[in-house]
Structure formats: structure tokens, C-alpha cells
Design a protein around this ligand. Structure first.
Ligand SMILES: N[C@@H](CCC(=O)N[C@@H](CS)C(=O)NCC(=O)O)C(=O)O
Length: 207
């Protein structure tokens, strides 16, 4: 069976749980406690060379690190990744853009807020937001004229971008101005098999 190493609040791991659900793939879930340093334990480093979640371990025991790589692997041959080489390149362009321009800029202010560490870190948070807002503006512009990020269908580009973008409010971003993003997030979250980061009946979000 597939095995997913994740952590409870990790947006990168959430992306993988959404796709596994949409593909109806069974998997074993191992949730690490990052605050206890479990991502740096020797046994985990054997499968995660970057000391991070998510990691997907395939049925033959080989691990895949990096959320984008895991999504690409799982989506191969499914409707969530186009066959056309140009459209595949477009999907990858969005995956790279998310990692370079959005992911850290949203994740770090969010984690500081969720762990109650934002006090006294205003300048650091402002710097991350100054990096993140231009990316959000570009994404919003693109989406004002389109239903999906690539071509005419929902793909892993929409899935991957929507995860942290939907959490940006938790990082103190003012998302009210991004009407294109708001409509698109509702479409993404309405896709069959989409799952919440923390199930409604699960424990309340905390660091
Ligand atoms: N580029 C990586 C980023 C993964 C990442 O940043 N993971 C965080 C949680 S979201 C992590 O495991 N951090 C290790 C730690 O905090 O000890 C990906 O997309 O998978």
C-alpha cells in the first residue's frame, strides 16, 4: 500500500491527501509532529533527504519527496494531468511558480501566526507578505479571465496552487481584493473528492 508521511497543518501534505482522495487511492498515513523535531529523526531522514514532509513511499518502497513531484507522479495517466506536452509544461510552470513565489511567502507568516509567534516578528511577516502579494496579484489577474489555470479543465495546477492560497488569510494576507482567486477557490473546493485540511469533525486547528 502507498504510505504518506505528512504533518497535521502542512499545506504541502494536504495537496497530496486531496489528490489521493480524488484518485480514490488507499494509503497508510503517518503524521509527524514537526514541533517535536520528528522530521529530523534519523529513520525519517533515510526516506526524506530534505527532512520535510510530504513524502510518498511507493508500494515497492521507493520514496518520492517534494509535493510537486508527488503530484506529478500520482497524476500521470489521469485526467488531472494533461497528455499534451504544451499543457503539461503549463502545469509545471504553475507548480514552479507556486514554490518560488507563493509557498514560503504564505507558509512562514501562517506558521508564525498559528504557533502564536507573530508578536515581535512584524517586520519579518511584512517582508514575506511583500514577496507574496505580487504573486497573488498575478494569479488573480490570470483567473479573472479563466475558469482553470491550464486549458479547460481542473488539474494538479489548480490543486497545488489552491492549497496555500486558500490558507493565505491565516498568514495575515488580505484576500478580499482578489475576486478572481475567490471564485476559483470555490470551484476547486467543489471538485469531487476534494478534502479539507482538517476534517470538520477533527480537532480544532492549532499549531
Ligand atoms: N518544497 C517542499 C516544501 C515542504 C515543506 O516545506 N514541508 C514542511 C511542512 S509544510 C516541513 O516538513 N518542514 C520541516 C520542519 O518544519 O521540520 C514541498 O513542496 O514538498
Amino acid at each position: 500500500m502507498l504510505r504518506l508521511y505528512d504533518s497535521r497543518l502542512s499545506g504541502n501534505s494536504w495537496k497530496i491527501r486531496i489528490l489521493l482522495s480524488q484518485l480514490r487511492l488507499a494509503y497508510e498515513r503517518i503524521t509527524l509532529d514537526l514541533q517535536k523535531g520528528e522530521s529530523r529523526e534519523p529513520a525519517f531522514l533515510q526516506i526524506s533527504r530534505f527532512a520535510r514532509v510530504p513524502v510518498l513511499v511507493l508500494e515497492d518502497g521507493r520514496p518520492i519527496v517534494e509535493s510537486g513531484a508527488i503530484l506529478l507522479h500520482l497524476a500521470e495517466g489521469t485526467p488531472y494531468l494533461p497528455d499534451d506536452p504544451y499543457l503539461r509544461a503549463e502545469v509545471m510552470a504553475w507548480l514552479f511558480f507556486e514554490q518560488a513565489d507563493l509557498q514560503k511567502a504564505i507558509a512562514i507568516p501562517r506558521v508564525l501566526q498559528l504557533r502564536g509567534l507573530a508578536e515581535g516578528k512584524r517586520q519579518e511577516i511584512d517582508r514575506f507578505q511583500a514577496d507574496g502579494y505580487p504573486g497573488l496579484e498575478k494569479l488573480d489577474q490570470w483567473l479573472r479571465a479563466r475558469t482553470w489555470l491550464v486549458g479547460e479543465h481542473y488539474s494538479i495546477a489548480d490543486l497545488a496552487l489552491s492549497a496555500y492560497v486558500s490558507l493565505a488569510g491565516q498568514g495575515g494576507y488580505d484576500m478580499a481584493r482578489f475576486a478572481g482567486i475567490r471564485g476559483w477557490l470555490a470551484r476547486v473546493q467543489g471538485q469531487r473528492g476534494w478534502v479539507q485540511l482538517i476534517p470538520e469533525d477533527g480537532p480544532a486547528a492549532s499549531a
